[in-house]
Design a protein around this ligand. Structure first.
Ligand code: BGC
Length: 732
């Protein structure tokens, strides 16, 4: 009895003495942790089993988040919650035994946010995303998804921003700033060279140092510099033979060494995979966790394979993250959010990124009193707010195009409306049927839609990259019938990634590209179709004439001859990034290859003139300025894109590379704005593989400021007198 009492007292004493985590005592807490506790902290909570005693006080998995860290109450370490994802907080909308709902806002997909070329738009969406993350009791939003659009058929491109690292890096960076301004973390994902879904957890991306540095790492470099995310997600794939999750050269030497990243690295959600190598390489938090990983970390330390200093280093990254979280602050989440206010932000964000691809004879905007013949199942309940997988959102509703047009006061041709309203699938429309509709309506709108998402890539086939026969006949018949009666045909592309347009674009008078525009999509599209909002989005990628024109086409699974792919793969798949730096416009523009719509392109209901381009150097930065004037009849916003042509050097350089961009405010007819853009001198350098260095050659640098990569409107140049060389380590 006496001894039992003594034992209890000593336990209580020991517990009292255990330091409680604060922002200032992380060293002390690490010292007080047992190896078991450290290992537990480094491994996320198992999705399925939820069997950890330590997690008892935090029921995150019940709310449907993607991941959770372990709590260690003895040391005052709370559990934390990590939730997807890029287009909205992805939690379960319902909970057992709870009558209320927990819907989140679906914001426009990443590709649309990038199409706005508007960093304040990205930041604003980030703020709303961050607010919902906080309001629903989570600590990290697993976003932005920011892989480069290397090939248009990557199934997750809709979550990502662009084929260009400067556009993608900036949009990501400002979105991260927005999210984190609400006191929750963002996770820049998927780091790095994770540009396809086929064999996504295994695939070996074989990328040259030059392409890695100039394209794939550059994208993250810019985002890290601007946004300073709490976390970076190490990707599933292998890079040049080494798994990214275990890759010290990437996760430690480049990320922390060269970039100075101070946050936490979390793995993508694989479950068990080489925990010792992952920890050594620089993945701190292993998600989703399984208990075998905890056992392996403990064993690794005991057998001397995993140095304790590495464990402590990574535990420190975890604790430094934890002390920033709402759970650490004992933040009491409201568990409800401003869905109404955020729906409005979602709508405005969509309106800034919708792109007008074609507008012959001012087919758009359409007058309010018109009767619209609305074709295509995607105009009705098949309308898509976003893609599938972890980039989808559990939302309360989606405003489709039918509803959006009606909300805007347009009348819809009734027979079509009743034909399509309940349609699950595409419907064949004959020419004679279209002719009858053309008699009753003033204008035709045809929606073409495409869905894609996590886990598989799109196909270079009819029904995906190409229109299928039903869609092609629909367009032909509607176009023939309406044009015969002098009426216009407008095509709306409700898609998550690029499709082929060159073979059918002549059938339409106007083509609008609203992507997958989120919860308020139909309203946003209607605002543009009716001219309430002037379109100001521009392409964040190239629309090629044909799939075969794309440099990565022969090295992308959708086009890769299936047998060759199967035969040549050994244990894992592989993809040679043979095109090197010739990704997107860098290729098309340099080699004068015709495209359907170039990078940076988008029309407006007004016109703009560019003048007075200037450049001046100040403290290692070039300040580029230009005057943009609205020369048309309606108010509108223009995006000025600064492309640099560098002097020839030893290494390959694209004819034009985007170095900066800026969007005007809403300019009234006749109004001008002087725009200024900054480019750091070293960002003008190209990567030279032979010497493993960034080289900024001496010579004349031409700056072309334009409305697209093919439409330079004002030019200026400057000289650099002396070559600058900056050596870098090799990344394997
Ligand atoms: C995806 C990530 C996501 C994670 C958690 C993974 O399969 O690749 O983007 O954040 O799951 O849901």
């Amino acid at each position: 009895m006496f001894f039992a009492l003594l034992w209890c007292i000593s336990i209580a004493f020991a517990q009292n003495k255990a330091p409680q985590l604060t922002t200032k005592n992380i060293d002390q807490v690490i010292k007080a942790m047992t190896l078991e506790e450290k290992a537990q902290l480094l491994v996320g909570i198992d999705y399925e089993k939820k069997d950890s005693v330590l997690s008892a006080h935090i029921q995150g998995l019940e709310v449907g988040v993607a991941g959770q860290t372990h709590a260690i109450p003895r040391l005052g370490i709370p559990g934390t919650l990590l939730t997807d994802g890029p287009a909205g907080v992805r939690i379960s909308p319902t909970r057992k035994g709870d009558p209320r709902t927990y819907y989140a806002t679906a914001f426009p997909i990443g590709t649309l946010i990038a199409s706005s070329w508007d960093i304040s738009n990205a930041r604003k969406v980030g703020e709303a995303l961050g607010q919902e993350t906080l309001d629903y009791g989570c600590d990290v939003l697993l976003a932005p998804g920011m892989n480069i659009h290397r090939n248009p058929l990557c199934g997750r491109n809709f979550e990502y921003f662009s084929e260009d690292p400067v556009l993608s890096g900036n949009i990501s960076g400002y979105e991260i700033l927005g999210v984190q301004s609400k006191g929750v973390g963002a996770s820049a994902k998927h780091f790095v060279a994770n540009n396809q879904e086929t064999y996504r957890t295994q695939n070996n991306s074989m990328v040259s140092q030059k392409a890695l540095r100039e394209i794939y790492l550059k994208n993250f470099e810019i985002a890290l510099r601007i946004g300073n995310p709490w976390t970076v997600m190490s990707s599933y794939n292998t890079l040049n033979g080494t798994r990214v999750m275990c890759n010290k050269a990437l996760l430690t030497d480049w990320l922390r060494g060269e970039m100075g990243f101070k946050g936490m690295v979390v793995t993508d959600w694989y479950g068990y995979r080489d925990p010792v190598l992952q920890e050594i390489g620089g993945s701190d938090l292993l998600q989703y966790g399984v208990k075998e990983q905890v056992a392996d970390i403990i064993k690794g330390v005991k057998e001397g394979k995993l140095p304790m200093e590495i464990v402590d280093r990574n535990v420190r990254h975890l604790l430094e993250y934890i002390v920033k979280t709402p759970h650490f602050r004992h933040y009491k989440a409201a568990n409800e959010t401003d869905l109404k206010g955020h729906a409005q932000i979602s709508r405005e964000a969509a309106e800034q990124g919708i792109i007008l691809l074609k507008n012959n004879n001012s087919a758009l905007p359409i007058a309010k009193n018109q009767c619209v013949a609305l074709f295509g199942q995607g105009s009705y309940k098949g309308f898509l707010a976003h893609g599938t997988g972890s980039g989808s959102v559990n939302k309360a509703y989606t405003v489709n195009l039918e509803q959006g047009l009606e909300n805007a006061g347009l009348s819809l041709e009734p027979e079509l409306k009743s034909l399509y309203e309940d349609a699950e699938d595409k419907i064949a429309i004959s020419r004679s049927y279209a002719e009858r509709r053309a008699k009753d309506a003033d204008v035709a709108i045809v929606t073409i839609k495409r869905d894609a998402g996590e886990g598989s890539d799109r196909l270079d086939e009819k029904g995906d990259w190409l229109l299928d026969d039903l869609e092609m006949n629909l367009l032909k018949n509607v176009s023939g019938a309406f044009h015969a009666q002098g009426k216009k045909v407008i095509v709306v592309l409700n898609i998550g990634g690029v499709i082929e347009t060159a073979s059918w674009s002549n059938l339409a008078d106007a083509i609008l590209l609203p992507w997958q525009p989120g919860i308020e999509g139909g309203n946003a599209i209607a605002d543009i179709l009716c001219g309430k909002v002037n379109p100001s989005g521009k392409l964040s990628m190239t629309f090629p004439v044909s799939y075969a024109d794309i440099p990565s086409a022969k090295n992308f699974p959708s086009h890769f001859h299936k047998d060759a792919w199967d035969k040549e793969k050994k244990d894992i798949g592989w993809t040679k990034y043979e095109e090197g730096i010739w990704v997107g416009y860098r290729y098309f523009n340099t080699f004068n290859k015709p495209v359907a719509y170039p990078f940076g392109y988008g029309l407006s209901y007004t016109t703009f003139a560019y003048s007075n381009a200037k450049v001046k150097e100040k403290n290692g930065e070039y300040l580029i300025s230009v005057t943009v004037k609205n020369t048309g009849n309606v108010a509108g916003r223009e995006i000025a894109e600064a492309y640099v042509t560098a002097p020839k050097g030893k290494t390959d350089k694209p004819a034009r590379e985007l170095k900066a961009f800026v969007k005007t405010r809403n300019l009234q007819p006749g109004e001008s704005q002087i725009l200024t853009m900054k480019v750091k001198a070293l960002d003008l350098a190209s990567f030279d593989e032979a010497s493993n260095s960034w080289v900024m050659d001496a010579g004349t640098y031409k700056v072309g400021i334009g409305a697209s990569v093919e439409d330079v409107r004002a030019s200026v140049s400057f000289d650099i007198k002396k070559q600058t060389v900056k050596k870098t380590p090799t990344i394997i």
